[in-house]
Design a protein around this ligand. Structure first.
Ligand SMILES: [Zn+2]
Length: 111
């Protein structure tokens, strides 16, 4: 369990660190190293999420459809909470928060 806490703690740290990086100029080499580290952390989080999802699905019998519906609810809630409102993805037709540069579902980039 400590490992899991560690992963989420480091994810929080990562978000703060990304904000700091945006505020100051760093050379390309430093930025590349940071990107590699971020990719590794995102991969860890994705793996943990997948593990958690498989436990929920297998132990509690929750369906993929149920997960998808909950995701849509959360995305819609976030989109609704934004002052400018959400947008509908032109590729998959799902509602996505306006602040997103890419669709949360299909990954298509917005102009
Ligand atoms: Zn989409």
């Amino acid at each position: 369990m400590n490992d899991l806490h560690d992963i989420f703690d480091r994810f929080h740290w990562t978000r703060l660190h990304v904000d700091q990086l945006r505020r100051r100029q760093v050379d390309h080499e430093e930025r590349d190293l940071e990107m590699d580290e971020l990719r590794e952390r995102v991969d860890q989080l994705a793996t943990v999420n997948l593990a958690l999802w498989e436990i929920l699905r297998d132990e509690l019998g929750i369906s993929d459809q149920r997960l998808s519906e909950q995701l849509e609810r959360i995305v819609a809630r976030r989109a609704g909470a934004e002052p400018v409102g959400g947008r509908t993805c032109s590729s998959c037709g799902r509602k996505v928060p306006a602040s997103r540069e890419r669709c949360l579902y299909c990954g298509v980039g917005f102009e």
